[in-house]
Structures are given as structure tokens and as C-alpha cells.
Design a protein around this ligand. Structure first.
Ligand SMILES: NC(=O)c1ccc[n+]([C@@H]2O[C@H](COP(=O)([O-])OP(=O)(O)OC[C@H]3O[C@@H](n4cnc5c(N)ncnc54)[C@H](O)[C@@H]3O)[C@@H](O)[C@H]2O)c1
Length: 334
């Protein structure tokens, strides 16, 4: 059986997802595409198997050639497409964030519960990244005791021209919010953002340091550095009572050649998380074929990460520690 996938938004991530679905995932093909800018759709058409090009996202979702939808358009356009997919009972993989608006996320949660079926997966792909999965497995299976501290690094080569301070929280840190909850199986209850004031060449604050407290007592620090220059680098170190689990900084081999010990970094996030995107998309397709709930982030997880991001922005703007009340998860999402 093959799942026919329609993709909305064919920019950097949409083109990558189209390529992954078409050539790296089994039992799936891209049958339908839509981008507000027709050139974006046309530029990838030759890499696909004669897909339909639609005139709107809603038209694509309603096409009888589409079994499942990927929403990869800009953040503020996601929810309309997700709600239409739920209405038609089509599974939808929505890139993160589900929405920056907690109210809009709640609209999705309400619609999904009304239909009575979990149809939404949010693209927090780190849950499918082998390095994070290995860390979680080691934490759960080795005799390391309870997690005390998690040190996270989130570095980009350089920020795009449109970057602003809150994007460090809403676009970057939001990945850590999701992975902390998943890895440590706890909720985030407090956040503080410390601003660096050294760099004068930027018109936004960079780097920032988030200090996060979890309901289980673990403390997390996250460096978000949008101008690390040397490469894209995401990693973590989990300090437990009886041992520490250190994530390798790269998915590539380390080289010991010519009197040097080295490994290479990608220019952006895609090489670092290539396995994660592929595994995520395959798990999504498998869950559709098997009629099971995918183990990826749910609409509830999407809402929680945006809720924490709001508190992070408040902590940044008001320069104070902000408490985050724990929301009660409906059984529907257990
Ligand atoms: N999971 C991750 O690691 C990750 C990484 C990068 C981006 N993202 C998310 O993926 C999404 C896309 O990001 P990107 O980097 O590919 O952006 P992009 O700007 O490269 O591409 C967006 C595309 O959407 C099109 N578009 C604009 N409005 C549209 C609409 N209303 N309907 C259909 N198409 C529309 C644009 O023409 C463009 O081709 C964003 O939500 C972003 O936050 C996730």
C-alpha cells in the first residue's frame, strides 16, 4: 500500500520533505503540491512523479489524490490547513510550531477531540534523531540514577537578515522545550533568560542562555547562539546521579588524520538532523498505514511548546524568572 501525500509549502523544508517522502521513505509518494509562489512548486516538480499542482492549500487537502497532508508553509499559515485536514479526517504532519498562538493550538486540540481521532503530528523531529534516542535509551536503561542537569547547546552559523531576539525562543529554543519534556518525561515549570550584552554588531540579543526548571527537579541550561560562525551545532549532556551521558556533536565520523582529530559541521540544521527527518516521516507513514497513533509530538505537545515559548518571551522581555503552570493533559492525548 502507498500513502499519497500532499505537501503545502515548498521552500527549504518543504522541498526537503518532498524529497524524503519521494525517495527515502517506503510506502509513500508525493501526489500533490501547493505553494503560494508557483515557482517554488515548479522548481521541484521534476524530482517528483508527475504530481498535481494545486491553486490553494484547501484545494490540495480536498483532493481525492491526497491521503495525508504535510504542512510546511510559514508558521502563521499552519492552523488553517491543519483544521481543514482534521475536518476531512486526513492525517497531517505539521512543521513546528503548530502555531505561535496557544489559542490557535487549542482550536486544533478541540477539533481533533471532536472528530475523536488523533490526526495531528507536529514536526519536532528531534524525537526521531538517533543521538537523542540513544541518550533517552541510555538514561532509561543504564544505572545512572535520576537526571540532575541537562546542558544543551543550540548554535547556528549565522542568523538570517530577518532574525529578531524572540526567534531565539520561538523558533530555536522551542525545539528544546519539546525534547526536554520527551527526554526527561517531565514538565517545564520555570524559565529565565539571561541576555548577553557583549556583541554590538547585531540588532538583536545574541547569544541568550535559558535556565529552565522541571517538575521532577532537573535543571536545564540552553545556550542559543545564532552566530556561532564555525558550523551548525546541536548537542546535549545529561548529568545524572551516578553518571553522565554525553551526546556526540555530529552524526558524521570523527577523523584522525594528518596529526589532527576532527569532525565536520554542517552549514545549517539539515545534515545534523537528516536521519531525524527521515525517521520522523517514515514513522508518520507507518502510523497511517497501521492505523496507529504516531509516537511523534501531538497537537497537545505542540500547544505546550508554544505556551512555554510565550513564558520564555515574557522572561526575556521582563528580565525575570517566570513560573509556568502545569496544564492537565486530557486522556485523549495519553
Ligand atoms: N523542524 C525543523 O527543524 C524546521 C526547520 C526549519 C523550518 N521549519 C518550519 O518549516 C516551515 C517552513 O520553513 P522553511 O524554512 O521551509 O521556509 P521557507 O520560507 O523556505 O518556505 C516557505 C514556503 O511557503 C510558501 N508559502 C508562503 N505562504 C504560503 C501559504 N499561505 N500557503 C502555501 N505556501 C506558502 C513560500 O512561498 C515558500 O516557498 C516553517 O513553519 C518553519 O518554522 C522547521
Amino acid at each position: 500500500m502507498t500513502v499519497n501525500v500532499g505537501i503545502i509549502g515548498l521552500g527549504i523544508m518543504g522541498a526537503d520533505h518532498a524529497n524524503i517522502i519521494q525517495s527515502k521513505v517506503s510506502n509513500a509518494k508525493v501526489t500533490s503540491i501547493y505553494d503560494k509562489n508557483i515557482n517554488q512548486a515548479q522548481r521541484i516538480i521534476e524530482t517528483l512523479d508527475n504530481p498535481e499542482i494545486h491553486n490553494s492549500g484547501l484545494e490540495l487537502i480536498n483532493s481525492n489524490k491526497v491521503d495525508a497532508v504535510m504542512v510546511v508553509s510559514p508558521d502563521d499559515s499552519h492552523v488553517e490547513f491543519v483544521l481543514e485536514s482534521i475536518k476531512l479526517q486526513k492525517p497531517v504532519l505539521c512543521e513546528k510550531p503548530l502555531s505561535h498562538s496557544v489559542k490557535e493550538c487549542n482550536d486544533v486540540i478541540e477539533a481533533e477531540q471532536k472528530i475523536g481521532k488523533r490526526l495531528v503530528q507536529v514536526g519536532f523531529m528531534r524525537r526521531f534523531c538517533p543521538t537523542y534516542q540513544e541518550m533517552k535509551k541510555n538514561y532509561n536503561n543504564l544505572d545512572v540514577g535520576k537526571a540532575l542537569l541537562l546542558h544543551c547547546v543550540h548554535r547556528m552559523v549565522s542568523a538570517p537578515s530577518y532574525f529578531e531576539s524572540v526567534m531565539s525562543i520561538r523558533s530555536a529554543l522551542v525545539h528544546e522545550f519539546d525534547i526536554i519534556r520527551w527526554l526527561l518525561e517531565t514538565e517545564i515549570v520555570e524559565i529565565q533568560i539571561i541576555k548577553s550584552s557583549i556583541r554590538k554588531d547585531l540588532d538583536f540579543v545574541d547569544p541568550i542562555m535559558a535556565i529552565i526548571k522541571c517538575a521532577n527537579g532537573a535543571i536545564v541550561d540552553v545556550e542559543v547562539n545564532a552566530n556561532a560562525k564555525y558550523g551548525y551545532d546541536v548537542r546535549a549532556e545529561l548529568v545524572c546521579e551516578k553518571g553522565t551521558i554525553l551526546m556526540s556533536p555530529s552524526r558524521k565520523n570523527e577523523l584522525l588524520i594528518n596529526n589532527e582529530h576532527s569532525f565536520s559541521y554542517g552549514k545549517d540544521w539539515r545534515p545534523r538532523f537528516a536521519d531525524a527527518y527521515r525517521n520522523q516521516n517514515q514513522a508518520w507513514i507507518n502510523s497511517i498505514l497501521n492505523n496507529t497513533t504516531s509516537e511523534g509530538s501531538s497537537a497537545w505537545d505542540g500547544m505546550i511548546s508554544s505556551f512555554i515559548a510565550d513564558k520564555g518571551v515574557q522572561a526575556f522581555e521582563e528580565e525575570k524568572t517566570v513560573t509556568i503552570p502545569v496544564k492537565e493533559k486530557p486522556n485523549f492525548y495519553n
